[in-house]
Design a protein around this ligand. Sequence first.
Ligand code: HEM
Length: 512
Amino acid sequence: MSSEFLFFFFFFSPHSSPLHTLELLLGFLLLTTVFGLWLTPGGLAWAISRAKARTRTAIPGPSGLPLLGLAPTFAGPLAHRTLAALSNTFNATPLMAFSVGSTRFVVSSSPRTAREILGSPAFADRPAKESARELLFHRAMGFAPCGDYWRSLRRVSALHLFSPRRLAGLEGLRREIGLEMMEKISGENGEVEVRGVLHFGALKNVMMSVFGKWGDAMELEGLVREGYEVLGMFNWSDHFPGLGWMDLQGVRRRSRDLGERVGVFVGKIVEENRMIKRDDHNQCFLDVLLDLEENRLDDSDMIALLWEMVFRGTDTVAILLEWILARMILHPDIQTKAQHEIDTVIGANATAITDPDLAKLPYLQAIVKETLRMHPPGPLLSWARLAIHDTRVGQHFVPAGTTAMVNMWAITHDEKVWTEPTRFRPERFVEEDVAITGSDLRLAPFGSGRRVCPGKAMGLATVHLWLAQLLRTFRWSASSNYGVDLSECLKLSMEMKHPLVCKAIPRKKNND
Ligand code: HEM
């Protein structure tokens, strides 16, 4: 039934009283307005803000469902794929607009606009979700607004946690933890679910680098797992403020409870560290923070900063290694080539693998890059950016308060950007040296611009070393009961939907 027909039917109906007609007319106008707004490119949240941007060209994009917009997409496990498909359908790879409830979004799926967004001071903030605020993460580096406080956090961690000198100092720790993992895998005698082992190793690595100690491992594992769950959840009240008071999914209750438990756990470590005086060489990041003369952090800020590092630095590394091993099993020829490189350059039975050795393994590094291209741990670059003021992307106007995302997965799977994008071929990175740390937006798994990942060198150093140890020690093949299933599940990071179970067959005996 067309809207004109409905209008005439209700308005001129012989049975209606004037009051009834007025009510119907108002109802009709309301319905038309809502539908009219909803049908604008990008959906309802964009329509509401259009008053401000009326004179500018609308950014193309789907309306999504009435009121909900694309909320169901984000509640599902494959948002990156759905957004990539929609950007193509709407011919909007440079920039697409959409709504999730009352939140306005833009997403870039092209290197050019990705560079504009990530490099622009206008997008230097991040939208803090309710769970992050409850965990006090707005005082941690990842969510703090781009101001003096955030700058001082970046400076102090660049100097005392992520500097080349500090990374070199942590080399022995990385290697020891790598060896522990090899032992654990050997002890499994046959088939192994690698995720648990890798996650445990990555967690210990960050804990030791940041806190200088491990604490109660069981309790810590529980806290981290709970944190991933609440932070990775799509929380409807972030986008439908009217629902906030009900806390339907229990996100606020769970985050508050977790925040308290984390406070007690980390607070205890902070107190213990206060008592110990370590010399400069043996100081962990926490000791440095406790000794700061300028820009001293209070305890709750310190806990937020340190805890965020644990979150950010653990699952990204473990998940990336799990994807790499899955690829090694699916491509035995590539695995053989990498093992041959390690045996030739370092030696199959050599002693410890060192960081300088890793620099001589271009094929191994190419495997890491190719896995980051095909399975980026943050396909939507983890946590988004927020427009601080009205700005432009290309010729499009983007109002203040818009959430901006880069779909790195769409870029790395675009055949206009990469030849044979769905083929796993590390050789492409031997033929062409592509920087992956943010200067080339064709592959920027660590983001780019002023909020680029500060832990990228630490993450890469860890992944390179552990991969070299894993490949030198074992031959990897499929489990007899489970194949390799590459299905994805986007939570806080993009995980394998089904944890990888595989056979790790010891190669030659070595003393590494
Ligand atoms: C394979 C490993 C890793 C990947 C793929 C990764 C990826 C990312 C990405 C995509 C961002 C957002 C960048 C942007 O908005 O432009 C980010 C931010 C961040 N990452 Fe990483 N990361 C990794 C390892 C680490 C490690 C080991 C740490 C610390 C121990 C860390 C700490 C952080 C922090 C604190 C931020 C927020 C920075 C800010 O907003 O100023 N990351 N990471």
